[in-house]
Design a protein around this ligand. Structure first.
Ligand SMILES: [Zn+2]
Length: 354
């Protein structure tokens, strides 16, 4: 019962934000969040002792510069200089600006000096070493124990809203952005692709828009520290992030337009809710054991991925029940809305999530 109360509370929170999220003729707003800053150096290079905070800032500023000529895009920075910002201020900046996209830029470190490569995260429920390390910066703040609740999921309401909404940082749009970042990195930099991953990052958990956290390389690896200490390589990293943003924006706007056309023509809209269980690079047979008890699963091919969904209901209340059931076997399951057979993304889906 308690869990249900949280869900209702979170749902009210989400509903309150609905008017803020609607896309209009406004600019496409991108928040660039260079991780760490000031007394928080982030990871420190193993040999040259370069600071993560400096790399993050350099790359973010350069991405901002590259985006500048596009007058339909507005760039907002969480910091533009070397100063400390509390962890909770970062998502607040993005939420206040009603941004369309949140990109947190970091460099990584591992206990193993052999680990190297770049990875991009979207929100997930698991706490891996990277998210624990990146979340740890909050300890540099006074009173952090009262302010942040990392262990206990009484913060469930935000996870819920972000995981449930396709538009949140745990949704498909974030995954799409993460895929684009990884593919551009792969194309522009000759380094190891550690792929799109999911983890419980505090900043991603508290944003109300699609978002990713990029780990551009490992400062604990001498070769990679060396790579990231060169300006020409940081330029390649910045260019990759910039290209991914441009590609994402094109896809996003094209999709919104198509949906507007559908809206104009249709007389009566058919709304259908399904629950997405997972996506896969490979096509799975209908009787695959991977679907567990959620069969028959429905397949949707999108962006080079096979997305597997379950169920078909026509009210949001039923969709929530369906998701609760699926969540027992698929913790990351979320609701997807279809209007006249077309999948709705982002702000387009929100009016139907009530
Ligand atoms: Zn970091």
């Amino acid at each position: 019962m308690r869990a249900l109360t949280y869900k209702i509370v979170s749902f009210i929170i989400v509903t309150l934000f609905l008017p803020l999220q609607c896309m209009s003729a406004e600019k496409f707003k991108v928040v660039l969040d260079p991780g760490h800053g000031g007394r928080d150096c982030g990871a420190i290079g193993i040999k040259k002792k370069i600071y993560e905070k400096d790399l993050n800032l350099k790359v973010a500023l350069r991405v901002g510069e590259l985006l500048k000529p596009d007058e339909n895009t507005e760039v907002i920075f969480t910091r533009k200089k070397d100063f400390f910002i509390p962890l909770d201020e970062r998502p607040k900046i993005a939420n206040r600006a009603q941004a369309d996209l949140f990109i947190s830029i970091h460099a990584n470190a591992s206990e193993s000096t052999a680990v190297n490569g770049f990875e991009t995260y979207t929100l997930g429920e698991s706490r891996n070493d990277v998210s624990v390390r990146e979340n740890k910066v909050a300890e540099l703040e006074e009173n952090y124990r009262n302010k942040y609740n990392f262990k206990d999921d009484t913060d469930e309401n935000f996870i819920f809203s972000n995981m449930m909404l396709d538009a949140g940082s745990g949704g498909e749009m974030s995954i799409r952005l993460a895929q684009l970042v990884q593919s551009q990195f792969k194309e522009n930099t000759d380094r190891v692709d550690r792929e799109v991953r999911q983890a419980n990052f505090w900043v991603l958990k508290h944003i109300l828009m699609p978002g990713v956290l990029i780990e551009m390389g490992y400062l604990s690896n001498t070769i990679e520290e060396d790579y990231l200490s060169k300006e020409e390589n940081l330029e390649k990293v910045a260019l990759s992030i910039y290209q991914a943003i441009v590609m994402y924006k094109d896809e996003f706007i094209k999709k919104s337009k198509t949906l507007d056309d559908v809206k104009d023509e249709s007389v009566e809209d058919e709304i259908v809710y399904r629950v997405q269980l997972f996506s896969s690079n490979q096509k799975l047979p209908a009787n695959s054991a991977k679907f567990k008890t959620c069969t028959p699963a429905i397949e949707l091919q999108e962006g080079g991925l096979y997305k597997y969904m379950y169920g078909k209901v026509t009210t949001f209340a039923d969709a929530q029940l369906l998701r609760s059931k699926a969540k027992m076997e698929f913790p990351d399951a979320f609701i997807v809305v279809f209007k006249n057979g077309e999948k709705l993304v982002g702000a387009e889906a929100r009016p139907y999530l009530k």
